[in-house]
Design a protein around this ligand. Structure first.
Ligand code: NAI
Ligand SMILES: N[C@@H](CC=O)C(=O)O
Ligand code: NA
Length: 440
């Protein structure tokens, strides 16, 4: 089947990430979508810069309307931002019968009602996973995974820029303006960063979540919006001393007489997971009546994390419009004829790091013997801890424990080295081995 053809409007931070990830993972994405997905046309302000990203095989134009007018384009991806030209282009794309994918939460939170109505009339999709919490699939979770629930409340850190600012100020003692500049340099901030620091961006996102969670129209104008600009450093410090962290939260909750919709700095107990979400990371807690509390965590901003969500929407649309209804959503995510015969790696070939505990004779040269043997096997050591003999076996003990953390190594290599260690006369008990995962 011919690849589905995509036109990108705007190729800045998110647009370039979208192009690059689609290129890099094209084969795998095709096997999931059941059909290739190709960017064939890009509208950009700076043609030279755009060409340096997409190369010669893609048509690059200044006029975004030329993309919409191209009958070959199936899906228009709006990555310009703002309420101005972006709104006109989205409505024109819908009117032209194109499906639309957008990361533009500002546009949807303010003009969503009009845009969704237009799309409904034309029978096209408007998908916006990237608009809320960047790379975290929170829209899909709310709309599909939690569909059985009466959602009770949602609370989240949904602006990466402000969370980054709060974290860096607290950890490094840096001042507000310096950290904001860094957030801009890293591509986290909105074109107008007051949207971030005054809580507007978070309010756009919580407005979209409230609509999906509670089945109500988007009502950004009703949201309470407070940012972090009035936060004083000493309050952050005092909160810390009381066992709290201050986070900018977006909250929406089913209340007795309606729905709460609010963004403001909040004290969160330091032991909560949300309190430990640092830097540009986002996290959303959703409480449903059936499932209870669930947590979604990941990168809420940046080029490729946001692109990850844009492309997920492209795959969704491609699947929904596949001719073969039985395969619209493959049972195992990949289409049955695109599965590959990958083997499961035997444990001896797995590469990870290890904690080893050796009960050894408390005599000179044992540590050197053990570490020497590991070095000969090519296993590099991350840390060593030798316990005092009397701590291990009581006063006058002749035994002690040697605890070793290794760097990554092949398990087979470690197995062989462990067998050698075990046979040393100075190793007095079976060696304890626990695998260690950094999970970063
Ligand atoms: N950067 C991020 O981490 C995230 C951004 N978003 C949203 O994604 C959208 C895009 O954001 P970024 O990529 O960060 O912005 P950006 O400023 O890096 O890119 C926007 C691009 O659109 C171009 N552009 C402006 N007017 C145009 C026109 N008429 N025709 C063609 N191109 C035009 C600009 O020259 C620029 O290259 C915004 O709605 C933003 O809120 C959403 C989630 C995360
Ligand atoms: N400016 C936003 C970008 C993602 O939506 C943020 O900082 O979270
Ligand atoms: Na998302």
């Amino acid at each position: 089947m011919k690849p589905i053809q995509v036109g990108l409007l705007g190729i800045g931070t998110v647009g370039s990430g979208t192009f690059n990830v689609l290129q890099r993972n094209q084969e795998e994405i095709k096997r999931r979508a059941g059909r290739g997905i190709e960017v064939t046309m890009v509208a950009a302000r700076n043609l030279e810069r755009a060409r340096s990203i997409v190369g010669d095989g893609v048509q690059v134009v200044v006029d975004a309307r030329a993309v919409i007018a191209n009958p070959e384009i199936d899906i228009v991806v709006e990555l310009i931002g703002g309420y101005g030209i972006a709104k006109e282009l989205v409505l024109e794309a819908i009117a032209a019968g194109k499906h639309v994918v957008t990361a533009n939460k500002a546009l949807l939170a303010v003009h969503g009602t009009e845009i969704f109505a237009a799309a409904q009339t034309k029978g096209v999709m408007v998908a916006f996973e990237a608009a809320v919490a960047g790379g975290i699939p929170i829209i899909k979770a709310l709309r599909e995974g939690l569909t059985a629930n009466s959602i009770q409340w949602i609370a989240g850190i949904i602006n990466g820029t402000t969370n980054f600012i709060l974290s860096e100020m607290r950890d490094k003692g840096l001042d507000f303006a310096t950290v904001l500049q860094e957030a801009q340099r890293l591509g986290y901030a909105e074109a107008d960063p007051t949207f971030d620091i005054e809580g507007v961006d978070a309010a756009h996102k919580v407005t979209l979540m409230s609509a999906i969670a509670f089945g109500m129209p988007v009502q950004f104008d009703r949201a309470h919006v407070e940012g972090i600009t009035k936060l004083a450093a000493q309050d952050i410090k005092y909160a810390e001393q009381l066992g709290y962290r201050i986070k900018l939260l977006g909250i929406t909750r089913r209340a007795k007489d309606g729905i709460e919709l609010r963004v403001h700095p909040s004290l969160v107990p330091a032991k909560r997971l949300l309190a430990n979400v640092e830097g540009a990371m986002n996290a959303v807690v959703v409480h449903g009546d059936a499932v209870g509390t669930t947590l979604y965590y990941g990168k809420g901003a940046g080029s490729e994390p946001t692109a990850s969500s844009v492309i997920a929407d492209l795959v969704d649309i491609t699947r929904l419009h596949s001719a073969d209804a039985a395969h619209r959503v493959p049972y195992l995510a990949f289409h049955p004829n695109a599965m590959s015969d990958l083997v499961v790696v035997p444990m001896r070939e797995v590469v990870t790091s290890y904690y080893l505990r050796l009960r050894v004779a408390d005599e000179a040269g044992v540590l050197a013997q053990v570490t020497g043997l590991l070095a000969t096997a090519g296993i590099s050591i991350d840390a060593v801890l030798q316990r005092e003999a009397d701590e291990v076996g009581g006063e006058g003990s002749t035994q002690t424990d040697l605890i070793i953390l290794t760097h990554n190594t092949r398990e087979g290599t470690l197995d062989d080295a462990m067998a050698q260690l075990q046979s040393l006369p100075t190793v007095l008990a079976p060696i304890v081995r626990i695998r260690k995962e950094e999970l970063a």
